[in-house]
Design a protein around this ligand. Structure first.
Ligand SMILES: [Ca+2]
Ligand SMILES: [Ca+2]
Length: 512
């Protein structure tokens, strides 16, 4: 069993490594090339004569040096802009930077990005361009026709040239994929990154709340999307009863080439780039020359340049707005950081909770271990080992101290018991620290005195029994020598006892 698991694991690991290797190889080798003939961007987006190089526009569209106003904020406007030449590459990525702005809370109708086999019209019925298209339409639909409160909406709709767009249902019956995103009246331009690579269509959307390049979000990803080859790019827009300005600022096309396909081009790449940059420089020179010529020919229109100059300076309101926006951007950044931190905290909390539940599952072990002492540390120390250790050492100290106190109290108790015992044996009620020897000595002394008295009485009876009883009276019969001797003996004993008592008292004081 173990062997089988190992084998399976090794197989999966190998597969995983191989897959990662291949995918990184793939990702690294995708060749990207900026296609300036399918792009426009400011400044000099439109030339003086109003044309946009490599593009043609019509309807109500207006091109300026800064943007293409595909449809202005007037009622029932339609406009479009299309590439002049068909594509000569299969896979691509478009960066579409645009603004949809209007005074109303609700706007209309919307903006469309097209990749179709043929160029569409400039005044069509689908967001300003032709219906029954052949190819891809990505619609930024502002107006909620079906009243389902799901607009503004972004959606991709494929058509083979036969279907009529379902406007009344906002295209919900036909859409390939989409997402609900508000793209109107944002502080910064909104952006869509549309990638079509190896039949996978991906749309990333930037909501224009910041100016950061990092804030793209996935809108949709659709696989097995087959689009006609050598089609045209286009952007169109339309207004209705309600009207927004529909401005496109950047349309940047990058062609994507899978690894291997660009192999032949690799060695000519340097030459190609040199040629293109030369072409670009020539083009710029020509443009400058044209501007100079224009100025010379129309000296009376130099005030126009002054107006242009005014664009370089911002008004107080604009400055204030800009500052507010940058402040908001900072707040947004802080919020994003906070969000990340919160995620971390939540993750940790979940981990802790799972650990606690583990401890609860092992509850029987814990209670058993607690009785034998010190065992639960194994389970708990995974949470806070140091604290548990500290508590344990504290407990040990307390236990030792308690043990010491107990022995001390035992000593005191035994001493007190001895004292009480001795006092019970003592003849008087005097409460003095007295040792056993002292008490026994007193009783011994008393016994000795009694013995002495008895001896005296015996010797007296012996003396009287010798026939001289009648000669002396009972009281005076004791001879003076014996009486004095007894007195001396008694005095010596009393003095000795006093000395002994003083000694004992001094010793006792020393001890306590
Ligand atoms: Ca609509
Ligand atoms: Ca709708």
């Amino acid at each position: 069993m173990g062997k089988m698991n190992m084998a399976a694991e090794v197989r999966w690991l190998t597969l995983f490594i191989a897959f990662t290797f291949i995918s990184t190889l793939n990702a690294n080798n995708v060749h990207r090339k900026f296609e300036y003939k399918y792009s426009f961007k400011p400044p000099y987006l439109a030339q003086k004569d109003g044309t946009v190089p490599f593009w043609e526009y019509g309807g109500n569209a207006i091109a300026s040096s800064e943007n293409v106003r595909v449809a202005p904020s007037l009622r029932s406007q339609k406009g479009a802009i299309w590439t002049k030449q068909p594509l000569n590459f299969d896979w691509w990525e478009i960066d579409l930077v645009f603004r949809v702005t209007g005074r109303g809370r609700i706007g209309a109708d919307g903006l469309a990005f097209w990749y179709t086999a043929a160029k569409g019209a400039y005044d069509g019925t689908v967001f300003g361009s032709s219906d029954m298209w052949n190819g891809l339409g990505i619609f930024f639909d502002s107006f909620d026709n079906d009243n389902k409160h799901n607009n503004p909406y972004i959606m991709a709709v494929l058509n083979d040239g036969t279907k009529v767009f379902d406007h009344t249902n906002d295209g919900t019956t036909q859409l390939l994929a989409g997402c609900l995103r508000d793209f109107r009246n944002k502080p910064f331009p909104t952006r869509a990154r549309i990638e079509y690579y190896q039949n996978t269509l991906t749309l990333l959307f930037h909501n224009g709340m910041t100016n950061s390049d990092r804030d793209y979000e996935m809108c949709f990803r659709a696989e097995n999307v087959i689009l006609p080859k050598n089609g045209y790019f286009g952007v169109s827009a339309a207004t209705g009863g309600l009207a927004d300005d529909h401005d496109v600022l950047h349309f940047l096309t990058t062609s994507l080439h899978p690894p291997g396909q660009m192999a032949i081009d690799q060695h000519t790449n340097a030459d190609e780039q040199a040629r293109i940059s030369q072409e670009y420089q020539d083009y710029q020179k020509k443009l400058d020359q044209q501007k100079e010529d224009y100025k010379k020919e129309h000296p009376e229109q130099s005030h126009l340049d002054k107006e242009e100059l005014d664009d370089w300076y911002e008004s107080d309101n604009q400055r204030e707005l800009r500052q507010i926006f940058s402040g908001q951007m900072q707040i947004f950044d802080v919020l994003r950081n906070l969000n990340q931190k919160l995620d971390e905290v939540v993750g940790r909390q979940e981990r802790t909770l799972s650990l606690i539940s583990q401890v609860q599952v092992g509850g029987v072990q814990v209670s058993g271990g607690q009785q034998s002492g010190g065992q639960p540390v194994q389970l708990i120390d995974t949470i806070r080992r140091q604290e548990v250790d500290a508590v344990l050492s504290n407990q040990n100290i307390i236990l030792n101290t308690a043990r010491e106190i107990k022995t001390f109290i035992g000593d005191v108790n035994s001493k007190a018991e001895t004292i009480l015992h001795n006092q019970a044996r003592a003849p008087t009620a005097q409460v003095q620290p007295m040792g056993y020897d002292y008490q026994s000595l007193i009783s011994e002394m008393r016994d000795t005195l009694n013995q002495v008295k008895r001896d005296i009485a015996q010797s007296y009876t012996k003396l009287s029994g010798d026939g001289q009883t009648g000669n002396c009276p009972t009281i005076n019969c004791l001879s003076t020598t014996v009486f004095l001797l007894l007195l001396v003996v008694q005095m010596i004993i009393m003095i000795g006892y006093n000395i002994y008592r003083d000694n004992k008292g001094a010793q006792a004081k020393k001890f306590y």
